[in-house]
Design a binder for this molecule. Structure first.
Ligand SMILES: [Zn+2]
Ligand SMILES: [Zn+2]
Length: 177
């Protein structure tokens, strides 16, 4: 059985035919799909989807770096509460995106670090979105060496960074958004 570790099933384009999407995935051998939160609302939606399709859809909850400047204390509390919900298998997506800089770098780092901390506390893997920010990402992750694991997607950091990420307990896939 294949597991799709990175989908955004809360996207509006799936609202009317999610059942058919899941059937086609199943027919193609994809038996489990992890749907990834990008903010509080989409993390709530991810948890709802996981609870509606137990054993098929699983959820990650977190704040995307693009949304980091909107991640106030209330958002942080909401994600921390959602992380304990049934069907939640990871924290994210989180990370740093210095390509688009939709949120300030400082805001991105702050939101990233509390999500690393949350993943370590709850012993959940991280879903890491990192773009043109590998040095800062490594610096943020390094203090948690031995307490974290996860998947880095959209990876284009080169061999040295790949080795450093592997050493920190991360895996890779090349696509994702
Ligand atoms: Zn994504
Ligand atoms: Zn991403």
């Amino acid at each position: 059985m294949l597991v799709d570790t990175h989908a955004h099933l809360d996207d509006a384009q799936f609202a009317h035919d999610l059942g058919a999407v899941l059937s086609r995935a199943g027919a193609a051998g994809v038996g489990r799909i992890v749907t990834i939160g990008t903010g509080v609302d989409s993390s709530r939606a991810a948890v709802r989807l996981a609870q509606a399709h137990p054993g098929v859809i699983f959820a990650c909850v977190g704040i995307h770096p693009h949304e980091a400047d909107r991640a106030d204390d209330a958002a942080r509390s909401a994600i921390e509460a959602l992380a304990a919900a049934p069907g939640v298998v990871g924290i994210g997506e989180t990370g740093l995106d210095y390509h688009y800089n939709h949120s300030s770098r400082e805001g991105q780092r702050r939101a990233f670090i509390w999500q690393i901390e949350l993943a370590a506390q709850r012993r959940l893997p991280l879903v890491l979105h990192c773009r043109e920010a590998y040095e800062d990402a490594l610096a943020a992750l390094e203090p948690y060496r031995g307490r974290i694991r996860g998947v880095a997607h959209c990876f284009s950091g080169g061999l040295d960074v790949a080795r450093a990420f592997l050493g920190l307990g991360l895996h890779f896939h090349s696509q994702g958004r």
